[in-house]
Write a protein that binds this ligand. Structure first.
Ligand code: SF4
Length: 239
């Protein structure tokens, strides 16, 4: 299988079958905590990186050949080794996949293109969206996510607010916390203000545990994570 991987077990999605729509480490960010290593191509250009027909054929073949396993799967997820909203056929692909399987679909995104109305529209038929928001100030955004120069943090937040108003499915917002970079409590309180406007169904706090793109990246300790969870409120979980 070229574009399909798994099924993968995770606490959040239980058993999910992944679909990678983007070549290895092609992303609009170059996050310091990325477990896939440094971004090879930092882009915001949306393209049909892989033929839509090939992905549909591959998925059909997997479902036909794994009938028993398919019944156990909780989600089909668009994630993989790059940013899935860079794939310009994602909307059409979601619609086509819904015609061939009832397995719920989730999109895991870094939120960088959600300020574009047409990108949000393409995601509306997914069942679950898991967007990230690691920073709310330009300074912290540059330090942690190292975005493409065309992406501004105000636009990312605005895109998330608009997504919430337009999308009827669940939104689980992920915040990756890195010690000394975005875990300062003044930054967390500003993050809370942004999250109150975004209104996600859940907030998931995470901190890096495996090898990262940049060396010297440290996880936030359990005590501080609990404090941050307390600040962010009842729908916040540490994952
Ligand atoms: S958005 Fe995801 S894939 Fe892209 S650099 Fe960050 S962690 Fe890696």
């Amino acid at each position: 299988m070229k574009n399909i991987y798994g099924p993968v077990n995770s606490r959040r999605l239980k058993l999910s079958l992944g679909i990678s729509l983007i070549p290895d480490k092609t992303c609009s960010f170059n996050c310091i905590y990325c477990q896939l290593g440094p971004t090879k191509e930092c882009v915001i250009e949306r393209k049909e990186y892989v033929l839509e027909e090939d992905i549909v054929a591959e998925l059909k073949s997997w479902l036909d050949n794994n009938i028993t396993d398919a019944k156990q799967i909780n989600y089909i997820s668009f994630s993989g080794s790059g940013e899935p909203t860079l794939y310009n056929k994602i909307g059409s692909l979601i619609k086509r996949i819904k015609k061939i399987t009832a397995i719920p679909l989730t999109v895991i995104t870094n939120s960088s293109l959600l300020h574009i109305a047409s990108v949000r529209k393409e995601l509306l038929e997914a069942h679950l969206i898991i967007p990230s928001l690691d920073a709310v100030t330009k300074e912290v955004f540059q330090k942690i996510d190292r975005p493409h120069s065309g992406i501004k943090i105000e636009d990312v937040i605005e895109g998330l607010i608009n997504l919430r108003q337009e999308f009827k499915g669940k939104i689980w917002l992920e915040v990756m916390l890195v010690k000394g970079i975005n875990d300062d409590l003044r930054h967390i309180r500003k993050l809370k203000e942004a999250i109150e406007k975004i209104k996600p169904d859940k907030i998931h706090l995470n901190s890096p545990v495996r090898a990262t793109a940049k060396s010297g990246i440290q996880a936030v300790d359990a005590k501080k994570l609990r404090k941050i969870k307390e600040i962010l409120g009842d729908n916040c979980e540490i994952i």
